[in-house]
Design a protein around this ligand. Structure first.
Ligand code: OAD
Length: 239
């Protein structure tokens, strides 16, 4: 394992993770599934139109995904990012496209879940947020306690605007390093962050099982499993 970089606690690092970092926890990625998410057509379960057409089916799908998480644990890739945050403290920012919440379970604190979380829901009428564990999931469509509106999973669907975009841009502007882990680099706007980082003159690092589409934008690329590579790199970067 070779890296040309070494971090000191003054360095500002922004990390973007995708489904690949959770693959070794047993969760399937998206793109190697022919556009299917756990055997469901993405249009049906991950768009506002799909929810309007069949809210019961969409809720069933997300309840299953939420219940599946109860048997899923963070892996060494997640924990390596906790070590990195402990080293860099407030200079560390973790942006994730994942909705599994595993970074928070592992212990990372400064996490921006830009596509939301399977562990939360919100009212489609008054926008009140709820933890999934606090709502009654035995009914077909959970209701808002405040206004009676239909709750929906707090997942950013296709055609909706991801969370934290302004904050992410500010973080990218001031970063010394930007690292992308386990993401195919094809879903916008996350795919654009690497281009932005290059424009801002940031050092860019990638870790992926296979070269992602935008590999030419990476100053250093490590091919392999995040759960094997990240722990080794973090040791080299922080010792
Ligand atoms: P993808 O499924 O598009 O890409 C997963 C990436 O992880 C691929 O580039 C794989 O090569 C890589 N990979 C797989 N296993 C790995 C491992 N063990 N270690 C390192 N890399 C590995 O997933 P995302 O890029 O996350 O949106 O997809 C982005 C968004 O598209 C998701 O957030 C989701 C989806 O539609 C929403 O849910 C809103």
């Amino acid at each position: 394992m070779h890296t040309k970089y070494k971090f000191n606690p003054e360095n500002k690092l922004v990390v973007l993770t995708g489904a690949g970092i959770s693959a070794e926890s047993g969760l399937k990625t998206f793109r190697d599934n022919n556009g299917l998410w756990e055997n469901h057509n993405v249009e049906e379960v991950a768009t506002p139109q799909g929810f309007r057409q069949n809210p019961k089916m969409v809720w069933r799908f997300y309840k299953d995904r939420y219940n599946q998480l109860k048997n899923v644990k963070p892996n060494p890739g997640h924990y390596a990012l906790v070590d990195l945050e402990n080293y860099l403290q407030d200079n560390f920012t973790l942006i994730t496209q994942n909705v599994d919440g595993l970074h928070l379970v592992a212990g990372n604190k400064n996490v921006l879940e830009m596509h939301g979380s399977l562990r939360k829901s919100l009212c489609s009428k008054c926008n009140t947020y709820y933890d999934m564990e606090s709502i009654d999931l035995d009914v077909p469509i959970p209701r808002c306690e405040r206004c009676g509106g239909n709750l929906r999973p707090d997942v950013v669907w296709f055609g909706e605007i991801p969370y934290f975009l302004d904050e992410i841009e500010l973080k990218l502007r001031s970063a010394d390093f930007f690292m992308v882990v386990g993401t195919s680099g094809v879903v916008y706007p996350a795919a654009q962050f690497l281009q932005l980082a290059k424009i801002f003159g940031t050092n860019t690092i990638g870790i992926n099982l296979a070269a992602p589409e935008n590999v030419r934008l990476l100053d250093e690329f490590h091919r392999g499993k995040a759960g094997e590579i990240l722990p080794q790199l973090v040791k080299l970067w922080t010792n």
